[in-house]
Design a protein around this ligand. Structure first.
Ligand SMILES: [Zn+2]
Ligand SMILES: [Zn+2]
Length: 120
C-alpha cells in the first residue's frame, strides 16, 4: 500500500501522509482525529506518529538508474520511505525526511516516470 501511494504523487499530495511503523495515513490532508490508513487496523495520533526524519539515513545504497534527462540525478531510492535521497561520500543515504509527497509538479512527474520505467 505504501508503495502504491508513493507511485501516485499527484494523489498523495492531497493526503495526510502521517507515518507510523510503516503505515501511512490516507485520510485527507488536514483532517481531524486519529490518523488511519484505508484498510489498515492501526490508528495513531500526532504524538505516536513517526518523526519526520527517515530512519534509513546511513544505510548503504547505490545511485538509482536515470531517466533520459538524468533524473534522479545520482540520488538513491530510500528502501524505507521511497524518497529520492542524496548519497554521502561513503555511499550511504544522507539524513532526510520521510517522503510525504513531492515538492513540485515537475518532481512529481519525474518521480512517476521513474517508477513507471524502473518499478520495484
Ligand atoms: Zn492523518
Ligand atoms: Zn527514507
Amino acid at each position: 500500500m505504501t508503495r502504491t501511494l508513493a507511485a501516485l504523487p499527484g494523489a498523495a499530495r492531497r493526503l495526510c501522509l502521517s507515518r507510523r511503523n510503516g503505515e501511512i495515513c490516507t485520510r485527507e490532508d488536514g483532517h481531524r482525529g486519529l490518523h488511519h490508513r484505508t484498510g489498515g487496523r492501526l490508528l495513531w495520533n500526532d504524538l505516536q506518529a513517526d518523526p519526520p526524519e527517515c530512519a534509513a539515513a546511513g544505510t548503504p545504497a547505490d545511485p538509482a538508474p536515470t531517466l533520459d534527462d538524468g533524473f534522479p540525478g545520482g540520488r538513491a531510492v530510500c528502501p524505507v520511505c521511497w524518497a529520492f535521497v542524496a548519497l554521502t561520500g561513503e555511499g550511504a543515504l544522507a539524513p532526510h525526511d520521510s517522503w510525504r509527497g513531492d515538492e513540485s509538479r515537475h518532481e512529481a512527474d519525474r518521480r512517476r516516470a521513474w517508477f513507471n520505467a524502473f518499478g520495484w
